[in-house]
Design a protein around this ligand. Structure first.
Ligand SMILES: [Zn+2]
Length: 259
């Protein structure tokens, strides 16, 4: 992980905006794509109606130049979700399970192949969320001990429990999401990147459930629910995102087993 990120600033917003552009990651690598990240005036974007474009033909992610703070975080996350689904061939007509796993594997891949962009994104959240979330410290490994798995989180305002389960309860799966009692279950033997993927996967099922998505819903509905739902988790559940961000950042140390 890069440690070259400047400490949090108390500069006025206009200077902050300039600083954010200076720290913006130069590229994002996902699937077979390596895209430059560029801030552009609306008139230079591929689609002038949008806040951002994933322009694979020009090999760049285009971010409109007036984006700031949490709006920038949301738009950037949306680009990662779009690129993830595109690179995996997840498109209109795919079922909910495909959208779920495409999101989970895409986010873990983004975190692990793009350390600078991953730190930047978490620093952006840290500076602009109201509470003292310290996500930047987590992804840089500046924590006294690994954050623990939360037992309960809020997804779109609804409580969802997270429970570690043994082999006998797992059957042939690594995890489950039960909509009847709003519970995500994770196999207690999960380790490494698979722990991150399964945790993101089951919680994404919870998001789809809370957003009332159908097994076959529109591409736009899946994308919107994933961006809004996950940004909501990052905003409302700092302990949950600290745990997930740590597991995604340090898979070689990640384990669900206690101690
Ligand atoms: Zn699933």
């Amino acid at each position: 992980m890069s440690t070259s990120i400047a400490p949090c600033s108390v500069a006025p917003l206009s200077r902050r905006g300039a600083a954010w552009r200076a720290r913006l990651p130069s590229q994002v690598v996902l699937g077979p794509y390596r895209l430059r990240v560029e801030i552009l005036e609306r008139s230079h974007m591929r689609d002038r109606r949008k806040r951002a474009c994933v322009n694979v033909e020009a090999e760049r992610i285009e971010l409109r130049d007036d984006l700031r703070g949490m709006q920038l975080a949301e738009v950037f996350l949306e680009c990662i979700v779009r690129l993830s689904h595109f690179s995996k061939g997840c498109q209109q007509g795919c079922v909910e399970e495909a959208y779920t796993h495409s999101f989970a594997t895409g986010m873990v891949e983004f975190a692990q192949r793009n350390p600078d962009a991953w730190v930047w994104f978490n620093l952006l959240l840290t500076e602009h969320l109201v509470s003292d979330v310290r996500y930047d410290k987590v992804v840089l490994g500046v924590v006294s001990r690994p954050p623990p798995m939360p037992k309960r989180i809020l997804v779109a305002g609804h409580p969802v429990t997270i429970r570690s389960i043994g082999q006998s309860e797992c059957g042939n799966a690594f995890g489950w999401y039960h909509s009847s009692n709003r519970e995500a279950q994770l196999y207690s033997g999960l380790t490494g990147s698979n722990l991150a993927v399964v945790a993101l996967h089951e919680l994404t099922h919870a998001i789809h459930h809370m957003y009332d998505l159908k097994t076959r819903d529109r591409h736009l509905a899946f994308k919107r629910a994933q961006v809004k739902g996950w940004l909501g988790i990052m905003t409302d559940n700092p302990s949950a995102w600290r745990w997930l961000a740590w597991v995604m950042s340090f898979p070689s140390k990640a384990s669900l087993a206690p101690g």
